[in-house]
Design a binder for this molecule. Structure first.
Ligand code: SF4
Ligand code: SF4
Length: 99
């Protein structure tokens, strides 16, 4: 699984097109004190493929090791529900596409 060190996230969006499962999306609202809304990991969508690891210029993305007998992601345990996010155009004209 992957998590984001949110204070390190500048909202550059570079990681978004590295995720084939659309598990990385920006918050729908910019938190107070931030210049740009950060990206979050959607617990329901992340399959832990690690395609996104290494795409972040500020090293905000990091791996969470899941125990072999885990029945639920630690991200779900640490957050009751996914926050409101903005959808991103991935395909078609002007879309972010796939890295
Ligand atoms: S680990 Fe895979 S599914 Fe999870 S956010 Fe990264 S690219 Fe997406
Ligand atoms: S690449 Fe890193 S800094 Fe940029 S949006 Fe993704 S997590 Fe945030």
């Amino acid at each position: 699984m992957v998590a984001i060190d949110e204070p390190k996230c500048t909202g550059c969006d570079l990681c978004i097109h590295h995720c084939p499962f659309e598990a990385l999306l920006p918050l729908s609202e910019c938190p107070p004190g931030r210049k740009k809304r950060p990206v979050v990991v959607l617990n329901e969508n992340c399959v832990g493929c690690l395609s996104c690891i290494g795409s972040c210029p500020t090293d905000a993305l990091y791996e969470i090791v899941v125990p072999p007998n885990a029945e639920i992601t630690p991200l779900v345990i640490s957050r009751s529900s996914d926050p409101a996010v903005t959808s991103i155009l991935r395909w078609g004209k002007g879309g972010k596409g796939w890295a």
